[in-house]
Design a protein around this ligand. Structure first.
Ligand SMILES: [Zn+2]
Length: 150
């Protein structure tokens, strides 16, 4: 599943990436329908602009929630996304690049000391070098989203 996310929803794009989904950010303009990305299988356009209503594209989801967490919950429930569809910590929230495993000994000095001592697994973004680990602050929000999928 792939998402093209309207620019003001960049925060949502970050969460989708944390869930493992390919999420590109683009400015979507209802005034220029010819500029909208073409309909592609398993690809959804996400926006909050009501003006998109008139296009009646099935791949276009107009979200109501103002906050990224609420928007993520809407996407999950409207598309029927299940916990098994997620691939947590596989993509960089900033770059959308696929993370690569970082050997533990190489994480020294790249993460806070208490994190190094309490975590076993680390992943790194090949583009921005950001290091991710499962115990990071994302966990609370992801847990809330996963609860709603049950
Ligand atoms: Zn990155």
């Amino acid at each position: 599943m792939k998402f093209i996310v309207d620019l003001p929803l960049a925060g949502l794009a970050k969460w989708l990436r944390f869930c493992g989904f390919d999420a590109e950010v683009e400015r979507l303009s209802p005034g220029f329908p010819q500029n909208l990305p073409p309909v592609r299988p398993h690809t959804y356009l996400l926006t909050r602009q009501q003006a998109f209503n008139r296009f009646r594209r099935e791949d276009l989801l107009i979200l109501a929630a103002a906050a990224p967490e609420g928007q993520l919950e809407e996407v999950v429930s409207r598309l029927g996304i299940k916990a098994g569809d997620l691939n947590l910590l596989s993509r960089c929230g900033q770059c959308n690049a696929l993370l690569v495993p970082l050997p533990r000994e190489q994480a020294v000095g790249q993460v806070p000391e208490h994190v190094f001592h309490t975590q076993e697994q680390f992943h790194q973004c090949p583009q921005c070098r950001q290091v991710y680990w499962p115990g990071s602050h994302l966990r609370g929000i992801m847990a809330r989203v996963l609860e709603k999928m049950a």
